[in-house]
Write a protein that binds this ligand. Structure first.
Ligand code: PLP
Length: 399
C-alpha cells in the first residue's frame, strides 16, 4: 500500500504549530499510516515502531481482525450509556474476570489512564473515609488534578499548584520510608509495579508485599497503577508476579489497542462503599470501546502474546547487554517493557535511532524506553539490535 498524506509535511507542521497549544516537544515527522510493527511518515519513510504510542498498540497497526471487529461494531452500535445493559460490555466483563487478580471482581470502565487513576483515588477515599495518599518519588499517574497530585515530577505539578489531594511522596522500593508515612489517616498507597516514565524501575517483591501488609494493617487501600505495565510484562497484570493482590487496580493504554479506554478493578468491599450515581462517565463502557477491548484481550490470549512478550523481552535484553556498548549503564525491564539506562542524556540516541528508522521513547533523562507492539517477530528484534548497535556503538560479536 502506498502512503498518501492529506497535506504536505510543511503544511501539516505549520497548521499544528499555529493551532495547537505548544505542549508537546514535536518530532519533525508526520506519521500517516501503520502496518503491523511498522509506521510510515508523510514522505513514505518506514519506521520500526518500538514505542506503540506509549505502550498502546499491542497488536501493532491496522491489524485486520481488530479493524474488522471495530468496523462491524460501528455498523451495529457505537455509542450507548452504561445505564443501559449491553451485550458487548457483558462479553468484555467476562473476559476481564478471567484475567483479573483474585478478588478484584468489580469493574469501572472509563476512557483513559488518568481517568482510571482518578476513579481509583476517589474509590479509595469513599471506601476508607480517609484523606491521605502515599505515592512514590518519580511516580507518574497522569495529569488530571487528582492523578497529578499523585504524580511526582515538579515539571508537571508546579504550574497547577496547589493540587487538591494531600499526597506524600516517598523513595521507591524503600520499605522503611513507606513504614514511616503510612498511618491511620492513609486512604491509599499507590504504586506502579514497574515505574514507567521514571526510567523502567521494577518494584521489588518484598516492597510490594510490605505495601500490602502496611495498608492492610492501617485499613488503607493498595492501588496498583498498571496503566503502562498491564499486558506487556508476560502476564496480564504485572503485580500478580509478586503474589500481591491490590484492593484497586487501574489500567488503560494497551487494553483496547488504541481505542481510548480506562479500567479500574476493585474488590466487592470497595464496590459496596460506592453510592449509586457517585461516579460516572458518558463515553466509558460504550459498545465500541468494549468491542475494541474484547477483541484485544481475545487476540492477546489466542495469539499467545503474553508468553511471547516474555520470551522476546528476555531475548532483547540479552542482545542489548551482549552489545557491550560503552554508552549503556544498565538494561532493565520485564517482557516488552524495557529501559536502557545510558551514561549520557538520551535525546541524541533517540534522534539517532529515528534516523536509522526506529521510533523509541525516553524515560527520565537517561533511559531509552522500549514499549513495542507485542506482535514483534525475531526479524524486528534483529532490526532493533542493528539500529541500536549503530547508534550506541556496540557490537554483538564483540560480547
Ligand atoms: C503508570 C501510568 N499511569 C497513568 C498514566 C496516564 O495515562 P493517560 O495518559 O492515558 O491519561 C500513564 C501514562 O503514561 C502511566 O504511564
Amino acid at each position: 500500500m502506498t502512503t498518501t498524506a492529506l497535506l504536505a509535511l510543511d503544511e501539516i507542521q505549520r497548521i499544528e504549530q499555529e493551532h495547537q497549544l505548544p505542549l508537546y516537544a514535536k518530532r519533525e515527522i508526520s506519521l500517516v499510516r501503520g502496518e503491523g510493527p511498522y509506521l510510515f511518515d508523510s514522505e513514505g519513510r518506514r519506521y520500526l515502531d518500538a514505542m506503540s504510542n506509549y505502550g498502546v498498540a499491542v497488536l501493532g497497526h491496522a491489524d485486520p481482525e481488530f479493524a474488522a471487529a471495530l468496523t462491524d461494531q460501528l455498523n451495529t452500535l457505537a455509542t450507548g450509556h452504561q445505564s443501559f445493559y449491553s451485550d458487548v460490555r457483558a462479553a468484555l466483563l467476562v473476559e476481564i474476570a478471567k484475567i483479573a487478580p483474585e478478588g478484584l471482581s468489580r469493574a469501572f470502565l472509563s476512557n483513559s489512564g488518568a481517568e482510571s487513576i482518578e476513579a481509583a483515588l476517589k474509590f479509595a477515599r469513599a471506601a476508607t473515609g480517609k484523606p491521605n495518599i502515599v505515592a512514590a518519588r518519580r511516580a507518574y499517574h497522569g495529569r488530571t488534578l487528582g492523578a497529578l497530585s499523585a504524580t511526582a515530577d515538579p515539571k508537571y505539578r508546579t504550574p497547577f499548584e496547589p493540587l487538591p489531594l494531600p499526597v506524600t511522596h516517598v523513595p521507591f522500593n524503600d520499605i522503611t520510608a513507606l513504614e514511616a508515612v503510612v498511618d491511620g489517616e492513609t486512604a491509599a498507597v499507590i504504586i506502579e509495579p514497574i515505574q514507567g516514565e521514571a526510567g523502567i524501575y521494577p518494584a521489588d517483591d518484598a516492597y510490594l508485599q510490605a505495601a500490602r501488609d502496611l495498608t492492610t494493617r492501617h485499613r488503607a487501600m493498595l492501588i496498583a497503577d498498571e496503566v503502562q505495565t498491564a499486558f506487556r510484562s508476560g502476564v496480564p497484570f504485572a503485580i500478580t508476579r509478586s503474589g500481591v493482590t491490590p484492593d484497586i487496580l487501574a489500567t488503560a493504554k494497551a487494553l483496547a489497542n488504541g481505542f481510548p479506554i480506562g479500567l479500574t478493578l476493585v474488590t466487592d468491599a470497595v464496590s459496596g462503599a460506592m453510592p449509586s450515581g457517585a461516579h460516572g462517565t458518558t463515553f466509558g463502557g460504550s459498545p465500541l470501546a468494549c468491542r475494541a477491548a474484547l477483541t484485544t484481550l481475545t487476540a492477546l490470549h489466542e495469539r499467545n502474546l503474553y508468553a511471547r512478550s516474555e520470551e522476546l523481552g528476555a531475548q532483547i535484553i540479552n542482545r542489548i547487554e551482549a552489545l557491550n556498548s560503552p554508552k549503556v549503564r544498565q538494561v532493565r525491564g520485564r517482557g516488552l517493557m524495557i529501559g536502557i539506562e545510558l551514561k549520557e542524556r538520551v535525546t541524541p540516541t533517540l534522534r539517532g535511532l529515528q534516523e536509522h528508522g526506529v521510533l523509541a521513547l525516553p524515560a527520565g533523562n537517561l533511559a531509552l524506553r522500549l514499549l513495542p507492539p507485542l506482535i514483534w517477530q525475531e526479524e524486528q528484534v534483529d532490526e532493533l539490535i542493528s539500529a541500536l548497535s549503530m547508534v550506541l556503538g556496540g557490537d554483538e560479536s564483540s560480547g
